[in-house]
Design a protein around this ligand. Structure first.
Ligand SMILES: *Cc1c(COP(=O)(O)O)cnc(C)c1O
Length: 417
């Protein structure tokens, strides 16, 4: 009988569906009817509004965070012969974007019991070849950039800026130290010490992939801090060239009377944002503050549950920071990898779809093939081993949240006896 009742009430809670309202749908329809569907006025408007939101001078919208991170490296002249430091504990894109440029990735372990990189390890692996370090604002929580900048400053004497007078060389020379990149794929809207994600690292990338807080289906953006002596318009133009075939005129400029001729100044990439994607983004941005707030309410419920059960979880807000409330990571005390897998299956059988953020990169075939071994990253492994990420999104009703909490409590308690 009890079982029958349970089945009657069974819900299916998806892990992270996109929250698309009639507003986005209407704006996409308008973009489609407007006669301009690729990069154009809506993309430029989204760039302007995102820059305003992040308190930066310029934003470039692209087709993914991976492309945005890669172009950040390329604009800064980072590539073959260079080394880029990346946390072992992240998604592959944080590392693969550097690899695409020809740079060598150097992984560092996490701090104990934390998703953040160990900043002493960062300083320890810096060599004369190191050009950049990528911080990942995991779950939407901004890292301790004061410590990261201090680690980079402590090895300033090793830094060798690129020679020459191309844009990348001039950026490296102006900074005079290893560049700090932020992978803010999760962190649009997060803040720390009064600064928004985007105005902390030298260069930042955001993701608008379908599972992220803010979506354009696929999409991403770059932004950066003003660099004394380097014109933001020149930097912006370089992103346009890199993302549109190295073509000297974009499609919009070619619509001017008689303006057919263009040059190709580099055999570059194709990763621009379309106005259809930007249409989704414009309406997501209108709704974003409300979406962040709703995520915060769900986090408060999960926090209360975890604190009562003695479950460790990410802390999304404090006196000097507010995350973008992107991911809810929980860690089952004492659980092994095997136990954690069992719990995930049991929750899934009850319709609660969970996830794991992340299986550390040195465990993945591609990075093992490059010579990395998880044994060198014990903190990353122990963080991963007992981790379960709960569904956290704005399509969850209060009843859905009740259902997740009730089932998590019942299933996990069995393993905590
Ligand atoms: C999703 C994600 C990315 C990649 O974003 P795309 O827009 O899919 O390229 C990069 N880094 C992290 C940490 C992510 O979660």
């Amino acid at each position: 009988m009890a079982n029958d009742v349970k089945n009657l009430n069974k819900r299916v809670i998806p892990f992270s569906p996109p929250d698309i309202s009639e507003l986005e749908i209407a704006e996409v329809a308008e973009a489609l009817r407007s006669g301009w569907i690729t990069t154009g006025p809506r993309t430029k408007e989204l760039e302007r509004r995102l820059a305003e939101y992040c308190h930066t001078s310029k934003v470039v919208c692209l087709n993914s965070a991976t492309a945005a991170e890669e172009l950040n490296f390329r604009v800064c002249g980072i590539g073959e012969g260079d080394e880029v430091i990346v946390p072992a504990y992240t998604y592959t894109a944080s590392a693969s974007a550097a690899i695409h440029t020809g740079a060598r990735v150097v992984f560092v372990d996490s701090q104990s019991d934390n998703t953040e990189m160990d900043y002493e390890s960062v300083a320890a692996v810096i060599t004369e070849k190191t050009k950049a370090v990528v911080a990942v604002d995991l779950g939407g929580i901004i890292c301790d950039y004061d410590k990261l900048y201090a680690a980079v400053e402590s090895k300033k004497s090793l830094f060798k800026a690129k020679e020459g007078d191309d844009l990348g060389a001039r950026i490296q020379q102006a900074k005079g130290r290893i560049l700090v990149f932020a992978d803010c794929a999760h962190a649009l809207g997060a803040s720390r010490n009064g600064k928004m994600a985007g105005e902390i690292a030298d260069f930042t990338d955001f993701s608008f992939h379908a599972v992220k807080n803010f979506t354009t289906a696929e999409g991403g953006a770059s932004t950066w801090l003003d660099i004394p002596g380097v014109d933001n318009e020149e930097i912006y133009h370089q992103y346009q060239l890199l993302s549109l075939h190295g073509q000297s005129k974009d499609a919009l400029a070619k619509t001017q009377v008689g303006a057919w001729e263009y040059d190709i100044i580099g055999p570059w990439y194709k990763c621009n944002m379309t106005d259809i994607m930007a249409a989704i983004g414009l309406k997501q941005l209108d709704r974003y503050e409300g979406m962040l707030k709703r995520r915060g309410q769900i986090i408060n419920r999960y926090d209360a549950m975890c604190d009562e059960m003695g479950i460790k979880h990410l802390i999304h807000s404090g006196a000097n920071f507010q995350s973008s409330n992107h991911l809810y990571l929980t860690r089952i005390p004492g659980a092994s990898d095997e136990t954690r897998r069992e719990i995930i299956v049991k929750l899934a059988e009850r319709g609660v779809n969970t996830n794991v953020h992340y299986k550390p990169l040195p465990m993945m075939t591609a990075y093992r093939a490059l010579g990395w071994d998880i044994k060198e990253f014990p903190n990353a492994y122990s963080y991963y081993e007992n981790l379960i990420t709960l569904p956290l999104h704005t399509c969850l009703t209060d009843e859905d949240v009740d259902y997740v909490i009730e089932n998590y409590r019942e299933v996990v308690r069995e393993y905590m006896k």
